[in-house]
Write a protein that binds this ligand. Structure first.
Ligand SMILES: [Zn+2]
Length: 460
């Protein structure tokens, strides 16, 4: 979840929220304030003062307030209880990351950013300020994050909970610094990169399962909301789609199905690939609903496969945008070149890519019977999430949130039922053609399909 500047409207939202935790929040604020006579206090003192009274329920955060100057910036949230905050900096792209225990953030989902998709009616971040955008939300169960994108190098002046007569606030204060100092700080903490990998729960694979394993990958999640237009939030749309698709596949009894996330939590791109590889998956289907084109008339679903060279400029932009997912959550992207380059590995990858393309075509053929396709529905580019060398992988962009008709479709339960049915049928056709499913299924699965024969030795 992420938010924009604090405005009058949002203060009202916060007022409503505040009243909902009036009972616990205000009493805690009162305790913390009365325990401290010096006014502003540091986190540890507050935590110590209220150690006997740690809230057992969730901690709530109000709508953020940002003062965005050229040399100094401060982001603050009202809290229902003090929390322990830690912070670090990441370079390229330059970010500040604040880690918190799990916090329930108030307000609608949105992303504070200029030049990017955001809610209508939300004010644009002050151009020329230190902060270009920020977001916050769940990073992994029990852990929330705030990630602040920087226009230039900044140092963290403070990132802590303070309590005074105005209540309890999380304050993140930044000041401009020199490039060299920033880089040194980014490298100072060798644990940061380690700590930076979320401990994604790796679903238990059943290696001995006789059923083909299909991994369904709902894009984004947690702190990374994906695209947001007119109240439509990509991470929620794709999760609903993925869950329904997974349900259909499970109900068929033909597959072992694994979801890369089964809640609104962040999962790094590399971990999504790892889940599929560790499970020995036979197919990986990533679900997205982005908005890359600014042209509102561009619409329809697109199926992407992986390639070093993009099929076209928009495919390249889409991959670039989806590959930013880790950076959005304050995670360092690791180079996924594993250095393996023997001939057997290359043959495996070639075969994997052939199967990926075959499935992409099958999917397009099924999809077009029931729903809108992009005018150029089969494309390829360097998506990090599609880079498993041994698992056929595709990424479906369900449609463009920037297009009114697509937006309506993507929010419709009827549309979702129809299209998840078509994806499930395409998966059936793919495995039937591979000889994995019995022929009995083939008659029903292949009706309407325009499957290529499955050459495993040819690519392009
Ligand atoms: Zn996406």
């Amino acid at each position: 979840m992420s938010l924009n500047l604090a405005g009058l409207q949002k203060r009202r939202v916060f007022a409503a929220l505040a009243s909902s935790w009036l009972a616990t929040g205000l009493s805690l604020a009162g305790q913390a304030a009365s325990a401290q006579t010096t006014g502003i206090v540091g986190l540890r003192q507050v935590a110590g003062a209220s150690a006997q009274n740690q809230p057992s329920g969730p901690v709530y955060a109000g709508v953020p307030r940002l003062d965005n100057g050229v040399d100094r910036a401060q982001l603050s949230f009202a809290l229902s209880a003090p929390v322990h905050a830690t912070s670090f900096v990441l370079a390229a792209p330059d970010r500040i990351v604040v880690e918190l225990p799990q916090v329930v953030f108030a307000g609608p989902t949105g992303e504070a950013s200029h030049g990017k998709v955001r809610h209508r009616h939300e004010p644009t971040l002050k151009l020329g300020g230190m902060v270009t955008s920020y977001r916050f939300g769940l990073f992994e169960p029990g852990k929330s994050r705030i990630v602040i994108d920087l226009a230039g190098q900044a140092r963290i002046v403070r990132a802590e909970t303070v309590a005074d007569a105005n209540g309890i606030h999380l304050i993140v204060a930044l000041a401009k610094t020199e490039r060299g100092a920033f880089i040194a700080e980014a490298r100072r903490d060798p644990q940061a990169a380690e700590r930076d990998t979320p401990t994604a729960p790796i679903p238990q694979a059943v290696a001995s399962s006789a059923l083909p394993i299909v991994v369904i990958d709902p894009g984004h999640g947690g702190i990374d909301s994906g695209a947001m237009v007119r109240g439509l939030v990509e991470k929620n749309i794709v999760f609903a789609f993925a869950r329904e698709l997974a349900g259909k596949l499970r109900n068929s009894g033909r597959y072992k199905v694994i979801m890369t996330r089964d809640s609104d939590v962040f999962v790094a791109l590399g971990d999504r690939v790892k889940i599929a590889r560790d499970a020995g998956a036979s197919l990986f289907v990533s679900i997205h609903a982005d908005t890359v084109s600014d042209a509102a008339e561009v619409s329809g679903a697109t199926v992407y496969t992986c390639s070093e060279h993009a099929s076209d400029a928009e495919a390249a932009r889409t991959a670039e945008k989806e590959n930013q997912s880790d950076a959005a959550a304050g995670v360092e992207s690791k180079d996924d070149n594993n250095g393996v380059s023997d001939i057997l590995f290359d043959l495996t990858r070639q075969e994997t890519r052939t199967y990926s393309r075959v499935f992409a075509r099958t999917l397009v053929n099924y999809w077009q019977v029931a729903a809108r396709l992009n005018k150029n529905p089969e494309r390829f580019a360097g998506f990090r999430v599609l880079k498993a060398p041994d698992v056929p992988s595709v990424l479906i962009e369900l449609g463009y949130l920037s297009n009114a008709a697509d937006g309506t479709s993507l929010g419709s339960a009827t549309w979702r039922d129809t299209t998840t049915g078509k994806v499930a049928a395409a998966i059936d056709a793919f495995f039937t053609a591979k000889g994995v499913l019995p022929e009995k299924d083939a008659t029903t699965a292949q009706s309407g399909a325009l499957l290529d024969p499955l050459p495993t030795a040819t690519l392009k």
